[in-house]
Design a protein around this ligand. Structure first.
Ligand SMILES: [Zn+2]
Length: 324
């Protein structure tokens, strides 16, 4: 039996789904953000199933975002539970602040290179710093290799690295039941943003290997998931996904439409990613500068791959222009 525990977050995405696996060991998948309100609601949600934090024996983390791992330290200390995560994710969980700082450095360089004004970049950096308090760090007592298995008395979960939404996205697949704990890999009501973060190795690419192509990575992962026979995906936000193939096909169609739209803007005249984001979303390109930049760059990567646009740098700022 797997129970959904819906935990509040201070973020735009709304509540996060944590999952209580009633098995041996008693397992919590994802923790919610590091806030008193999240902790309070988590305790109440556990109590509804006759459980306390102290009863937890295993904590599993699906990926590196703060709404999924913020409480990990408090929960691990109070329960003594083992902490399981993809081996590539372990260093991030063990020093969350340092990992976040590295990601912010990458984000800052990317934003400046793609035409976002310095004052916007500076403002966003301080917002990001203030968000870090919702994160948390703890020792990962059980690092999991891609392709390995996490065993329980009554089930076995295959560990699958499917990066794209984040470099550490991990699926936990119950092949026998056809169910998968998906984190934010596939969400029914929103298209997961492939946020550009520092690669962590493996399928997410090597750290320092140039600009990460998050959307390409994500689409490769989605293609792998599309091939799986699944009854249900239990997502990190929103309702269970019961038809993953249709949803993934919808996502591919959406990315294709967006890429064509952006291709059209570039054909009109060379533009920076920031100019493209402004043309598409107006002021949101300022308030959500990094999110929209990642969105634009992801689709530009599709066009670059097809040889339809080219990248030209002048004075430290990149503009995209029609190729051929
Ligand atoms: Zn996420």
């Amino acid at each position: 039996m797997i129970h959904t525990l819906s935990i509040p977050t201070p973020f735009m995405v709304g509540r996060v789904n944590c999952y209580l696996i009633e098995d041996e060991p008693l397992t919590l998948v994802d923790t919610g953000p590091n806030s008193g309100k999240a902790l309070d609601e988590l305790e109440r949600a556990l109590a509804e199933h006759g459980r306390r934090i102290e009863d937890l024996e295993r904590i599993v983390i699906t990926h590196q975002h703060i709404d999924h791992l913020g409480l990990v330290d408090i929960l691990a200390r109070r329960s003594g539970a083992e902490v399981c995560a993809l081996d590539l994710l372990a260093p991030v969980i063990e020093n969350f602040a340092a990992a976040a700082e590295h990601d912010d450095e990458l984000a800052e360089a990317l934003m400046l290179r793609h035409g976002i004004p310095r004052d916007v970049v500076t403002a966003l950096r301080s917002v990001s710093r203030s968000f870090r308090a919702w994160g948390g760090s703890t020792a990962v007592t059980r690092p999991l290799a891609d392709g390995s298995a996490l065993e329980f008395a009554g089930r076995m979960l295959a560990v699958l690295h499917r990066p794209g939404h984040s470099p550490s996205d991990t699926l936990f697949w119950d092949r026998e039941r056809g169910s998968v704990l998906g984190g934010d890999h596939l969400i029914a009501h929103i298209s997961s943003n492939p946020l550009i973060s520092r690669p962590l190795g493996g399928k997410s690419g090597e750290p320092g290997s140039g600009r990460p192509r998050a959307l390409l990575t994500y689409m490769r992962s989605l293609r792998e998931t599309r091939e799986m026979e699944l009854e249900v995906v239990l997502p990190g936000h929103g309702e269970p996904v019961t038809d993953h193939v249709t949803l993934i096909d919808d996502r591919f169609a959406l990315h294709d439409r967006r890429a064509r739209k952006i291709g059209g803007l570039i054909e009109e005249r060379p533009r920076s990613a920031y100019e493209i984001a402004q043309a598409l979303w107006g002021n949101v390109a300022v308030t959500q500068a990094y999110l929209t930049l990642c969105e634009v760059l992801g689709h530009v990567d599709l066009l670059l791959e097809d040889g339809r646009v080219a990248e030209r740098e002048a004075g430290g700022v990149v503009r995209f222009e029609a190729a051929g």
